[in-house]
Design a protein around this ligand. Structure first.
Ligand code: FES
Length: 104
């Protein structure tokens, strides 16, 4: 098991456990984390699962694929699709921020 912390736009933080091999989006959905819909179930077609990876962690996240990049309109390089971040032991303690834009 690995731990990931979701920080909401108002600063509230919630830490949840996730099995390795599952995505950060699945961790959010399984724990009713608001602001991460994950409408396509991880098929890289909805972009309703965006997170801003905490600056302390971004270098440890594998590079995004062309498909993922095509779905992310944000200029911020720390913004990723949480369905494409698979948990590994190295990511235990990961911190991601839920974008306020996903509450529209
Ligand atoms: S869940 Fe649809 S792109 Fe991530």
């Amino acid at each position: 098991m690995a731990n990931v912390t979701f920080v909401q736009p108002d600063g509230r933080a919630q830490s949840v456990e996730i099995e390795e091999g599952f995505s950060v989006m699945q961790a959010a959905n399984n724990n009713d984390i608001p602001g991460i819909a994950g409408e396509c179930g991880g098929c890289v077609s909805c972009a309703t699962c965006k997170v801003e990876v905490d600056a302390a962690w971004i270098a440890r996240i594998p590079a995004s694929t062309e498909l993922e990049t095509s779905l992310i309109e944000d200029e911020d390089a720390n913004v990723r699709l949480s369905c494409q971040i698979m948990m590994t032991p190295e990511l235990d303690g990961l911190v991601v921020h839920v974008p306020a834009s996903q509450y529209r």
